[in-house]
Ligand binder design. Structure first.
Ligand code: AMP
Length: 222
């Protein structure tokens, strides 16, 4: 099954994807991780990604689609896939659908994680990420056991450059601009479900697990 998580930055897509990976064995593909890997490259592609990424702007569709479809292909050879951060635009959603349908696949469930913007802004300001594998913490709501160190792999925690206040404001504005059309796109295809993400992350994960075990639920909006 291919599952897409929608929601603003800070709604908990990455955290939930990690929990679902553990509980359902889905493979987490995060566009941010894929683009951060490309950003680190010493090539023209790396320099282009760096320019957009560091300004908190969307990386051009052409580059994002190519890199993400490749990552999704590799992951789906190993099992069900959970997409976090991709698609982010209707053009990306169409490209994903076209690529999947060429392989007799389709997006099985799209979950919109909803949370008020002032809540997600707070979460982003406190967010810390580990250098080694991108595990996510929050200094206020989900601190590591030892300050500055990842509980899982012991690597150093850092604040992402795009989690500085100016970049956060820009990213949330871009999200608000793109998200309505994307939700409408998936609502029309009947796979859009909504989950309240402004709760304890374990409660949110329980609801997501139940929804996905139920084949994306029958009774929600469609
Ligand atoms: P995220 O970790 O999802 O907040 O993404 C971090 C940054 O990666 C964004 O601010 C964008 O620069 C870039 N990015 C992530 N996903 C996408 C996407 N689907 N399309 C374009 N740019 C993206």
């Amino acid at each position: 099954m291919i599952v897409v998580l929608l929601g603003p930055q800070g709604s908990g897509k990455g955290t939930q994807a990690d929990l679902l990976e553990q509980r359902l064995g889905l493979i987490h593909v995060a566009s941010g991780d894929v683009l951060r890997a490309a950003r680190a490259g010493d090539s023209e592609l790396g320099a282009t990604v760096r320019r957009y990424y560091d300004a908190g702007e969307l990386v051009p569709d052409e580059i994002t689609i190519q890199l993400l479809l490749q990552a999704i292909r590799e992951a789906s050879d190993r099992g069900g896939v959970l997409l976090d951060g991709f698609p982010r635009t209707v053009l990306q959603a169409r490209a994903l659908d076209a690529a999947l349908s060429a392989e007799g696949e389709r997006v099985g469930c799209v979950v919109d994680l909803t949370a008020p913007l002032d809540v997600v802004r707070e979460r982003l300001v406190g967010r810390m990420m580990c250098r080694s594998e991108g595990h996510i913490y929050n200094t206020a709501t989900n601190p590591p056991r030892v300050a500055g160190i990842c509980d899982v792999d012991g690597s150093e925690l850092y604040q992402r450059p795009d989690d500085y206040p100016e970049a956060i404001a820009k990213r949330l504005a871009i999200w608000a601009e793109e998200n309505g059309a994307l939700e409408e796109y998936y609502r029309r295809s009947g796979v859009l479900r909504t989950v309240d993400a402004n709760r304890d992350r374990r409660e949110v994960a329980d609801e997501l697990v139940a929804l996905l075990r139920d084949g994306c639920g029958a009774g929600a909006e469609g």
